[in-house]
Write a protein that binds this ligand. Sequence first.
Ligand code: MG
Length: 250
Amino acid sequence: MRYRWLLFDADGTLFDYDGAEASALERTLAGEGRATDAAARAAYHRINAALWKQLEGGTVDAATLRTRRFELLFAELDIPCAAARTASERYLVELAACARLLPGAEEVVRELAASTRMAIVTNGLADVQRPRFARSSIADLFELLTISDELGIAKPDPRILDVTLEALGSPPKDEVLMIGDSLTSDVQGGVNAGVDTCWLAPNGDRPPEAPLPTWVIRSLAELPAIVSGARGRAGAREGAADPVPRVPEC
Ligand SMILES: [Mg+2]
């Protein structure tokens, strides 16, 4: 085995966050008597993504993020901002109820559970992530669920991975792989913590120069071959649509 300890991101990597978000938003706006159209979905997505980037950068905290995203959304949709706090609470309840996994995720983690020790490290809100994880069909396969909200530390801060690895018994870092769909939180977090990284890029996007993932995959189904060592280092980033050009040696 090349890697014996696997750290997974949750949303967009194992869990269908886009589907859960769309469903929770629709139910939340319905509570305000509003239908959710494409413009409302796009506005929420843009506002929420910007706030999570700020949270990654440490310029906003989770408590502020929860209501601020609805205050900003309601301002755009001409819904009274006074309703934002209640809407935020309803949204979190709806989101927590949605534990749908991405296609193929369960099969892959079940296979990997036989030969590795696994944890989830997520930048998320505890009252959303704990119930979603507990409801999911893969909860028993993971030793640990580390949530940024509970520690006050978010990926890419390496301390969130350090805390997780310490709880797993401080394994050798060269036997640890961080897997996730975000370059800024998962890959950068893994790089910062000194472990190998695997970037899940379902659309075949090309990785940037920095942070450069150790591996690029289009589907989780590629993961067992990387973890076992069956896929060689030469093909580390062959999953990208446009392979990273090799710098000629002088
Ligand atoms: Mg993710």
